[in-house]
Design a binder for this molecule. Structure first.
Ligand code: NAD
Length: 494
């Protein structure tokens, strides 16, 4: 691709096999899988992949480490997390590079989003390790006191998605370990570079077995771990079909499962919205990380009075977005993750064009020459006048594709917004407090953004997807089970 980035010394990071971590030791022998760069479709490196025997060994080692880790104080566990944060921070530029190569995420996005989110998660959960809570209630008998004690499950499996492999992985790992569980992390086969690299940096930080990193296909390594009787709890961030599969695979064991799944998130823009604000955030909401964020605002429901002005501005923003080499500082949007996903995104775009699912207003054409034709690049694409029943307005494309649907009023917008199996995120742009409050009450989603898209506070106010977008707990609580303790005092000794 760009000559400016071909001499980057960080290419050396990809010289060897990126490892897994089992029992405190880095594993690079055995099978490997290629890291195919999204920016030019070339093999850039490789990472180690687990076989059945290694998975067995890893679970046994994790199980062996569980009691010792749970027996540490929160302060002690927290100190380990802070040590990991220090190491990560020192290698921040390496993580930028690896995610840019592996999944096409612009270096600036890793620097200003994924890295701070990861570091703050480690610091936050280091503190939470000392404050796990557990309430106490009056139980109606003065001789009996109650307290709830939150306890870890033991071995927790965390199955990661490819769209934010570093921050989703670090955030969940920090919560699992802070809660007193040992963690088995299974990165996506499409995005194993940054977490494998993290494993190589922190292999000797934690007691052996407390953190395990196993790479491989979901249908093999993932499924083996999910079904393993010594894995007490499974947490997935991924697609709905995978979530259903995991529920099926764990049903007979009545295993604890938590699912953070997909979305087709409605963004309502009312006539009284501040146009600049609505356009700025809606552009970010639609095209950040090439639309590969579960909470992206991928269907915009625009009131008719502001429709033309909003549409013109959003189209202009889409056409002027800087698409390019994710290693360049100037790039605002990189490629999508890989060949299969590229084909999937184009099948939605091509299908919408062929089926007349609205008017193509921006993008929608493949890059056929120049550097952008070398990678899995998809231009920011806008369809206008889309009927809400169309496939492009109903299914999660997970690419830089946004639909605009005109609506008469807030009631119509809310009715279309809620007519979906998803319920992850939602938003509204309005200057009316009443409209904002009504939307906040009536939108059926775990998050409602008012006059912004995306939100800080994912750690302090973790969200749960409604409907098929989520299941199970959130935050550190999802990795803890509650024991109610009832203590009867001896008469006379109260
Ligand atoms: P995916 O479901 O294809 O894969 C997710 C993970 O599951 C991967 O690690 C994969 O190897 C593993 N896996 C697949 N089959 C498995 C099986 N049978 N057993 C065990 N593990 C298995 O999802 P993806 O394409 O990597 O991620 C994109 C999806 O994730 C989108 O739907 C997106 O909305 C969702 N997502 C949700 C959130 C959230 O917080 N709600 C965050 C990021 C992404």
């Amino acid at each position: 691709m760009s000559a400016a980035t071909s001499n980057d010394p960080r290419w050396n990071l990809l010289d060897g096999t990126l490892p897994m971590l089992v029992g405190g030791e880095l594993v690079t022998d055995g099978e490997t899988s290629d890291i195919v760069s999204s920016r030019d479709r070339r093999v850039a490196g490789r990472f180690a992949v687990a076989d059945e025997a290694l998975v067995e060994r890893a679970v046994a080692t994790a199980r062996g480490a569980a009691a010792g880790w749970a027996g540490l104080t929160g302060f002690e566990r927290g100190k380990y997390l802070l040590k990991i944060a220090d190491i990560m921070e020192k290698h921040a530029a390496d993580f930028e590079f690896l995610d840019a190569i592996d999944i096409g995420k612009p270096v600036t996005a890793v620097r200003y989003s994924d890295m701070p989110v990861s570091l703050s998660a480690l610091a936050y959960f280091a503190g939470r390790a000392q404050d796990l809570g557990g309430r106490s209630v009056e139980v109606g008998d003065p001789m009996v006191s109650h307290r709830a004690r939150l306890e870890p499950y033991g071995v927790v499996l965390e199955v990661l998605p490819w769209n934010g492999p570093l921050w989703t992985g670090v955030q969940r790992m920090a919560a699992i370990l802070a809660a007193g569980n040992v963690a088995i992390m299974k990165p996506s086969e499409l995005a194993s570079a940054s977490f494998s690299y993290l494993a190589s940096l922190i292999a000797d930080v934690l007691p052996p077995g407390v953190l395990t990193v196993l790479n491989g296909r979901g249908s093999q390594v993932g499924a083996q771990l999910v079904k393993h009787p010594d894995v007490a709890m499974v947490s997935l961030t991924g697609g709905i079909e995978t979530g259903v599969r995991i529920l099926q695979d764990t049903a007979a064991q009545v295993k604890r499962v938590s699912l953070e799944l997909g979305g087709k998130n409605p963004n309502i823009v009312l006539d009284d919205a501040d146009l600049d604000t609505a356009v700025m955030w809606s552009t970010m909401g639609a095209f950040s990380n090439s639309g590969q964020i579960c909470v992206c605002g991928s269907r915009v429901l625009v009131q008719r009075g502001i429709y033309d002005a909003f549409s013109a501005r959003l189209v202009e923003a889409a056409k002027t977005r800087v698409v390019g080499d994710p290693l360049l500082e100037s790039t605002e949007m990189g490629p999508v993750v890989g060949e299969d996903h590229y084909s999937k995104v184009w099948s939605y775009i091509d299908g919408a064009i062929a089926g007349g699912e609205g008017e193509l207003l921006a993008g929608g054409q493949r890059y056929t020459e120049g550097p952008l034709s070398e990678g899995w690049f998809v231009p920011p694409t806008v369809f206008g006048g889309v009927d809400p029943s169309c496939t492009i307005a109903r299914e999660e494309v997970f690419g830089p594709v946004v639909t605009l649907t005109p609506v008469d009023d807030l009631d119509e917008a809310l009715s279309i917004a809620n007519d979906t199996r998803y319920g992850l995120a939602s938003g509204i742009f309005t200057t009316s407090v009443d409209s904002a409050e009504k939307a906040a009450r009536e939108l059926q989603a775990g998050q409602v953004y008012v006059n912004q898209w995306f939100a800080p506070g994912g750690l302090q106010a973790p969200s749960q997807g409604y409907k098929t977008s989520g299941l199970g707990g959130v935050g550190i609580e999802k990795y803890l089970q509650t024991k109610n303790i009832f203590i009867r005092s001896t008469p006379g000794n109260q």
